[in-house]
Design a protein. Sequence first.
Lengths: 118, 107
Amino acid sequence: GAVVSQHPSWVICKSGTSVKIECRSLDFQATTMFWYRQFPKQSLMLMATSNEGSKATYEQGVEKDKFLINHASLTLSTLTVTSAHPEDSSFYICSARVFGGSGSGELFFGEGSRLTVL
Amino acid sequence: RKEVEQDPGPFNVPEGATVAFNCTYSNSASQSFFWYRQDCRKEPKLLMSVYSSGNEDGRFTAQLNRASQYISLLIRDSKLSDSATYLCVVNEGQFYFGTGTSLTVIP
């Protein structure tokens, strides 16, 4: 099946630093990827839609200057949390839709990146 | 109003029991429906899509009721390994997630 790989799985950083998270589609091309954030015992919340070759579309309330998204190729999207603060500590997950073959538009998720800002 | 609502549980059931989860959605134009399973501190993984006619995959049965705008997941003969959070996901062009229903299967 389709595989979405995310890196790093865990990251701990000091307040004020920036953290980059990578999301790769390993066996398919993804023109669109989605970035979610999940706080403990809460649902996944869509942060932004990453579009290959163009600007990302951010959800209301998500600061685009703080959460920089780059989708430079059909297999890679990156999320950079700039000037991270403790309240940014969360589980960040990327996903992509798979069409064709055995896929009928389901979302496949990366393994997630757990960010802890000290 | 939330797009997708689920009973968060927790559901604690003995091994071998049958358990059912329901999920309601607010947009009647929703296009497709899914159940995902999420283990603690892991990413969600697709359990099954939900088709209008209902569908079954082994011990798991999913049903869709468009008139009442709810989907359900039935798990028969529960196993310890079924313990997880089950997420209801609705696609309205954008994917909306329920908060998840926590299931613990007890020996």
